[in-house]
Design a protein around this ligand. Sequence first.
Ligand code: NCD
Ligand code: ZN
Ligand code: ZN
Ligand code: ZN
Length: 431
Amino acid sequence: MTTLLKNCTLANKLNVNITITDGTITAIGNQTKADKIIDIKGKTVLPGIIDSHVHFREPGGEQKEDWLTGSMAAVAGGVTTVIDMPNNDPPITDLATLNKKRKLTKKSLVNFGFFFGATTNNIEEVRKVSGIAGIKIYVGSSTGNLLVAQDDDIKKLMEIPNINWVIHAEDEELIRKNSQQISENSNSAIHSQIRNRQVAMKGVERVIDLAKETNARIHICHISTAEEVSLIKKAKNANLQITCEVSPHHLFLNDGAYEKFGNFVKVNPPLRTKKDNEALLKGLNDGIIDIIATDHAPHTIKEKETPYHDAPAGIPEVQTSLPLMLNEVNKGTITIEQLIEIMSAQPAKLFSLQNKGLIAEGYDADITVVDMDKKQIINKEMLLSKCGWSPYENMKITGWPVMTFVNGNLVYDQGKINQQFKGREITYGKI
Ligand code: NCD
Ligand code: ZN
Ligand code: ZN
Ligand code: ZN
């Protein structure tokens, strides 16, 4: 079965037709014949967005999200592949639990992969596991109970060769010290004091030192400060195998948001300053920050409305990250070519995803069609995550995904979702 996407505009402005055969891109050019023809009407086509940091909450957090609702939000946001974090309940720290989680993804409309969690005593499982995107180490605590806070334990792990270590790098000791010294009140802004910028800097500094000692390949999750950009730049210049990501909330929200949103913007690492927003955007532009990954971390409105101490940390993001970035392209802060690099091509490379991240012959037909001129305000009604809220509600965005093809199937078409097509587990090349 062949499908022709007729009249597509590529990022380089070339107008082409794209032939898809059984889920794979098989021709790009001026060919006109196919079993089925879909008119793209000159709109811009991007390689499907790859979000390498999501929490779709199954198993254990089904009141917040599940693989169907999370993947619906993803396709509506132009995302065709997600990699899911292991801080489930139970956590994904042994092979049997990973295989149970694999069964829950049957509902997923997007392609998916997994990170496996490291603990202080599952090193044998970490050695054995395969078919995953990397091993997650929580150097500082976050949602869930995964934590490997001691240098010795981290080092023992990092000595295992050929693993992409994916790290939540906040310093646990400093978090605990700050929590004791700062008395809690009802103002959520203290989250940015308890987990202050030193917490993130020290976390990153420590794992860089450990990576130096062990020659490990590390990926730092959700960097939030100007100082981390500098630390990572220095490490890259010293030829360490290090990459990093930034999440939309650290680009577009800052500590000014607590007043309006309270615990709804409580997130680990916390929101910083406007200056940090700018430094992170510059880090992206300079190529020091490799990718955008959303850290889509839904929690229910009810959970978020509890007092500071009890409210869980995390913000839903998977549906809004591409619109927010298309809006930046329209503002001229980044180019569409850069957007493709940081949201699709680089994530595919970093996690060795086979045949993804490019619109090219032989690649999977994961394709996101965007209307660069479409103006729309983000509203509650359009949000598909089960949690049902977003800190970006009421924001006016220019540039929206309008069609999302997953494995050649039109799963999202201008507000409508076709649930008949399911995603599949991604396959990996060598790291
Ligand atoms: C994440 C979650 O809720 O799972 N929360 C968050 O604040 N970022 C966990 C994490 O990514 O650290
Ligand atoms: Zn994290
Ligand atoms: Zn996360
Ligand atoms: Zn507390």
